[in-house]
Design a protein around this ligand. Structure first.
Ligand code: URA
Length: 480
């Protein structure tokens, strides 16, 4: 039995170095006890070991594992280190393990990663800075926040981008981040009392909140327990909520009415006004684009959606699949194609032998568009202006991933990629080479298959979709 004492709660590099050392010694997962900093220690009197750092190669792991591991290690589950090592151990024997979604370890990894991503997103939404002016008149800002997981380091780049010109500190119980306008430093955690209770920023937050208050979003957030009361305590504007809720019904009706009645041209004008200061040239990588889209106001869809859903997959992917827009589940998970349409898509990919982990999957529109109906959020089709506004992000994804083949799924993806005059009927099941050299293959959207009431027709259309994916697979083989 070996016990590994980690010095950090969420440092993937440290865990990885230790895990590499354990693999070199062929230590089986059941013989290793992982101890967090300040952890109670292991109960079995195991031999203690410092973290081993070694340059020797022990084999390679799929990039996906590294990406998921970096997120999962930020979860507060004390079992996370052991889970990651067990997965790593098993990956050494079976590189396809992560595709086995029914595997309990893989499922648990997915749940940890989703929880961390949700928590990080909440943090970007609920941190509130207080102003502190010192005797010389210098103003700094500080915020107290209690994340559920160890996500401060993951979200700090977001705050650096958003509040570059301010000097600020974010204090959490486990760690603090400081930004002096040029560099970030991390220090020990703190307490709520470290941050002043009253400040000059509160009226600003209050009026900002009142102006953006969206009853539909609040309802959804409360239903899904995404806005725990715990966070409200830190929000000066939370006091406003009861009075705002009183007017909620009228506001909701007015909002739906407004959305339905704004013609696309007005949407376009609004988008131009709201477009973020950031231009494509300032975004140099797909990760930078993934971060930058958090502040996207290119169309009004960001107002109601929980978060933007950016594409997912390796940067080296040769094939990019483009769907239409995230659905209810994708909006909550922040990942494309994880709901019912995603299941149809995954099953068809598996059937034809395309590994989802090796392709890049994204959507023409990155925010979920819906109308609230009781407890449900009904999907609404984005209009031409919204598709046009989101081409900016799809364009960046295509520029950075440089896929050799793009698969457009559904009419919206076809018109976004090939122009509004090209219909799905015209482009379906064919490889089209555009003037700029882009190779586009078009097929139906997987959710279309879920909506066909007639059983026989549904089975025939399912087969046609699978045949299309077989053709994609063949094109992929040609590229090798
Ligand atoms: N439909 C899409 O087009 N994309 C998703 O991510 C989910 C459903």
């Amino acid at each position: 039995m070996r016990s590994i004492h980690l010095s950090s709660l969420n440092d993937f590099a440290e865990w990885r170095a230790a895990a590499r050392g354990l693999l070199l010694e062929a230590m089986a997962p059941e013989d290793v006890v992982w101890v967090e900093p300040n952890g109670a220690g292991d109960l079995f009197g195991a031999e203690e070991s410092p973290v081993l750092v070694t340059g020797r190669k022990v084999g390679t792991v799929p990039e996906k594992f590294l990406e998921l591991g970096e997120a999962a290690i930020c979860h507060s589950d004390p079992e996370r280190f052991a889970l990651l090592y067990r997965l790593l151990w098993r990956l050494m024997k079976d590189r396809t393990l992560l595709q086995a979604r029914s595997d309990p370890d893989v499922g648990r990894l997915d749940r940890l990663v989703s929880a961390v991503r949700r928590d990080a997103h909440k943090m970007t939404a609920f941190v509130r800075f207080k102003s502190i002016v010192d005797d010389s008149g210098l103003e700094r800002f500080a915020a107290w926040f209690e994340p559920e997981h160890y996500v401060l380091e993951r979200v700090t780049p977001f705050f650096v981008r958003r509040f570059t010109g301010m000097m600020w500190a974010i204090i959490t119980p486990y760690r603090s981040a400081y930004w002096n306008g040029e560099t970030v430093e991390f220090g020990p955690g703190g307490e709520k009392a470290d941050v002043p209770a009253e400040d000059a920023m509160e009226p600003v937050w209050r009026s900002y909140f009142a102006s953006i208050f969206n009853p539909a979003r609040l309802k959804v957030a409360m239903m899904k327990s995404e806005m725990p009361v715990k966070y409200w305590r830190n929000l000066p504007e939370a006091e406003l909520i009861p009075s705002l809720i009183r007017g909620a019904r009228e506001a909701e009706e007015a909002m739906i009415e407004r959305q339905a009645s704004i013609p696309p041209s007005r949407h376009l004008r609004k988008m131009e006004r709201l477009a973020p200061a950031v231009s494509g040239e300032e975004i140099g990588t797909v990760d930078a684009a993934r971060q930058a889209i958090d502040g996207c106001k290119r169309c009004a869809l960001y107002e109601n959606a929980t978060q933007p859903v950016f594409g997912e997959g390796p940067e080296t992917a040769e094939v990019m699949f483009v769907g239409e827009q995230p659905g209810d589940q994708e909006d909550l998970a922040g990942k494309p194609f994880v709901g019912p349409a995603g299941q149809v898509f995954d099953a068809a990919l598996r059937l034809v032998g395309i590994e989802r982990e090796r392709v890049y999957v994204t959507n023409a529109v990155k925010h979920f568009k819906f109308v609230p109906r009781g407890r449900k959020r009904l999907h609404q089709r984005p209009n031409a202006g919204e598709v046009q506004a989101c081409k900016f992000w799809l364009g960046l994804e295509r520029e950075f991933i440089k896929p050799e083949l793009v698969v457009a799924m559904g009419a919206m993806a076809v018109s976004s990629l090939m122009g509004s005059r090209v219909t799905l009927g015209l482009a379906r099941s064919k490889l089209t080479v555009l003037a700029d050299g882009a190779r586009i293959f078009a097929t139906v959207h997987p959710s279309y298959l879920l909506r066909i009431p007639d059983r026989q027709l549904a089975a025939a259309e399912q087969e046609r979709f699978e045949d299309d994916l077989r053709e994609v697979k063949r094109l992929m083989e040609e590229m090798k």
